[in-house]
Design a protein around this ligand. Structure first.
Ligand SMILES: [Zn+2]
Length: 361
């Protein structure tokens, strides 16, 4: 972040400061422009024919811990070459046309926003005497992204909270340059698809596992390669591991019981209690619930007595017995073809479509 140096003076050429007012709200700089002419934006020729003057209000970088505001008198000129053309003079080195903040303030607030995001960035900026709204920080980030990115090749697409828990958008990052390049409304497929269609330079898309982004990538950039991002790969792996652990709970419990048993008394544990007899508070509550239900007690009363949710009680009553988490997978229609599929897999056939076709033949 380059805030100020000799090539960017605090008061740019062509601006004269008339007054400085310090009050509890900040520092007010009253100034006016001094150049004799201005360049017409239509024809590029200069004009000295002043038409009128007006005040511009600009926020700037703070002075110590005070917010700084410019009250700058600028002029409108009449062009001598374009009939009827009246234009406002520019103030280079201070602010862009129609901007309400100086270029250097916009840069600082964009940098803060790039690190912290909208609302948190706005909070820090306010703390540093550069008051701004979260929406404006987002607009600044967006503006920088649109203006200064070369065509992106590798992008990451993920959902992103404009306001946590309420409104979500989609964030697009250039993964090679490690920067945010766009923020899109919503988390649906259409805006992402349109964005990808408008950026044919994209060859690799890193995305989460959600359907909408997959759909958007397929339709908006059909030739691009889709990859799962690192975070979602880890989520996939941990979910798979949890699935395995849940399916083999009873075996794990028996082994754990034997290990504890063996280490406590040196016994090898072969005669230890089977899983079903191990103490399980949830199982106890389920059995109590079923007993109460058998006695004709209403669900609400059962739930109150055993301190379980009514949904849990209803579930137990419906099932009629205790079910520890997920059941082990039952027989699959694929079982009788398993040896064939394994053989073909070892032979190197990894396409599900081809395997399916061979099975049907
Ligand atoms: Zn002109």
């Amino acid at each position: 972040m380059q805030i100020s140096n000799s090539s960017r003076p605090s008061v740019p050429d062509g601006v004269h400061v008339d007054d400085l007012t310090l009050d509890p709200w900040g520092l007010l700089i009253t100034a006016h422009t001094t150049t004799v002419d201005a360049t017409c934006p239509s024809c590029g020729r200069s004009s000295t024919r002043m038409h009128s003057a007006y005040w511009r209000t600009l926020k700037d970088l703070p002075w110590q811990d005070r917010a700084v505001t410019w009250r700058l008198k600028v002029r409108r000129f009449r062009c001598s070459h374009c009939p009827g053309r009246i234009f406002s003079e520019r103030v280079p080195g201070l602010a862009a046309r129609k901007a309400r903040r100086s270029e250097r303030l916009a840069e600082a607030q964009t940098d803060i926003g790039m690190v912290l995001g909208g609302e948190p960035g706005a909070r820090l900026s306010r703390r540093l005497a550069m008051p701004v709204s979260g929406d404006t920080v987002l607009r600044l980030i967006r503006h920088r992204g649109i203006n200064s990115s070369p065509p992106p090749r590798v992008v990451g697409i993920d959902d992103w909270a404009w306001r946590r828990g309420r409104t979500y958008g989609t964030i697009v990052c250039d993964l090679e340059r490690r920067r945010v390049i766009d923020l899109l409304p919503g988390r649906s497929s259409a805006p992402v698809r349109d964005w990808l269609a408008a950026h044919p330079s994209v060859t690799v898309i890193s995305r989460d596992r959600s359907g909408p982004y997959a759909e958007a990538a397929r339709t908006g950039a059909p030739t691009a390669t889709q990859v799962a991002d690192r975070w979602h790969l880890l989520v996939n792996a941990s979910e798979a591991l949890r699935g395995i652990v849940e399916r083999h709970q009873s075996e794990i419990r028996v082994v754990a019981h034997r290990l504890v048993h063996a280490s406590s008394d040196g016994h090898d544990g072969t005669e230890s209690a089977p899983t079903s007899e191990l103490h399980n508070p949830r199982r106890d509550r389920c059995e109590t619930a079923l007993r109460f239900h058998g006695e004709g007690m209403p669900t609400k009363e059962i739930a109150r007595r055993i301190r379980a949710s009514r949904n849990a009680v209803r579930h137990w009553v419906r099932t009629g017995r205790f079910m520890p988490y997920r059941r082990a997978p039952g027989p699959s229609r694929l079982d009788r073809h398993l040896s064939f599929v394994e053989t073909r897999w070892q032979e190197g056939e990894r396409s599900a479509t081809v395997l399916h076709r061979e099975l049907r033949a």
